[in-house]
Design a protein around this ligand. Structure first.
Ligand code: PMV
Length: 334
């Protein structure tokens, strides 16, 4: 059996702003997608996820890839919405397996069965799709160059997310703390960074609006706004503060206010951030947020005293400590 493993991610700062050339910072976290491959001799690949099995004959892979590429072109032309590109999540996995074969110049597709095991929440802005694709490309392909792997993960991920930045792909592939600006990816040295106690993530439920819808709404209101240079300064200051152990509280609070101004923080999350501030902490959304409904996906909390359990969370919210995963995608067993 072969196993590949990729971490999840949390955006620390720069969501939305990264679309307008400002930097974004994201951290790979200790939640993982594991993909297990058991080879056999039958001319098909079977895919087991969430108690369902999907089987695709090896002769069907290239037709599926062509159909999905054409769906993506239709999405770009405005003929399909982003959620109409894939019919079911398993198609993304089969597409990635075929891409792995093509990229590595391999003649044959893998035969056998693939199973996934993940503790990255799905649809939570924690990079589960990017982690899945990165694990599949690493398991079935031979892409040695990290930048090339990131570009290919991003290429597959577009079927799920439409036009998105490289931030998820870069973070799950390289691990650690990643900075992205104008398409340039750098992995930051976190040896001196102590994320230790006080950092948490809170999942406030799947947003009613997709990442694509949020980006579109923000574009309509703020494409030419000066807010992005304010955002750029804050992200830069957060990076410096994190790496040198300086206080981050006021910076996270300022970041939250910028996100509130662009309209991606639902009202219950604004109230929650107030509550966190009254407890001597700071909170902001970590990801696209939402432009409708009450849920906003993931929030990042800096809470020097206590834990989110001390706050009044809605019943379906859950939380965890934010812990860095230094390793990116890798094969862990052969
Ligand atoms: O919530 P997520 O993980 O999909 O984050 C989206 C981040 C944006 O900056 C809003 C879009 C992007 O592709 O960078």
């Amino acid at each position: 059996m072969r196993v590949a493993c990729a971490p999840g991610k949390v955006i620390l700062s720069g969501e939305h702003a990264v679309v307008y050339g400002a930097p974004a910072l994201a951290l790979a976290v200790d939640r993982h997608m594991r993909v297990y491959y058991e080879p056999d001799k039958l001319p098909r690949l079977s895919w087991h996820a969430q108690e369902r099995t999907h089987v695709l004959g090896l002769d069907k892979f290239s037709a599926l890839r062509r159909r999905l590429d054409s769906h993506f072109d239709r999405y770009l032309r405005g003929e399909l919405s982003v959620t109409q590109i894939l019919r079911k999540p398993a198609e993304l996995a089969f597409y990635a397996v075929d891409m792995a074969r093509m990229l590595s110049g391999l003649e044959h597709l893998p035969r056998g069965s693939v199973r996934i095991d993940s503790d990255i929440p799905i649809g939570a802005g924690m990079g589960s799709s990017a982690a899945l694709i990165a694990a599949l490309l690493t398991l079935f392909g031979q892409v040695d160059d990290l930048d090339e792997l990131i570009r290919q993960v991003h290429h597959c991920e577009r079927l799920q997310h439409g036009r998105g930045s490289l931030i998820d792909a870069a973070t799950v592939c390289s691990g650690g703390l990643v900075r992205l600006q104008e398409g340039k990816i750098s992995r930051l040295d976190t040896e001196s960074m102590d994320l230790g106690k006080g950092w948490f993530w809170v999942f406030t439920g799947t947003p009613a609006s997709s990442t694509g819808a949020c980006v579109e709404r923000v574009r309509r209101g703020f494409e030419h706004s000066a807010i992005w240079s304010e955002y750029s300064d804050i992200t830069q200051q957060i990076e410096t503060a994190l790496l040198s152990g300086e206080p981050v509280m006021e910076l996270i609070r300022a970041n939250h206010r910028l996100l509130t101004r662009i309209g991606v923080v639902p009202a219950p999350l604004v109230r929650f951030a107030e509550q966190v501030e009254q407890h001597g902490g700071a909170a902001k959304i970590a990801g696209a947020g939402s432009v409708s409904g009450d849920s906003g996906g993931l929030m990042l909390l800096w809470l020097p005293e206590g834990t989110p359990a001390d706050l009044s969370l809605l019943p379906d919210w859950h939380w965890g400590e934010l812990k860095e995963e230094k390793s990116g995608v890798r094969v862990i067993d052969t």
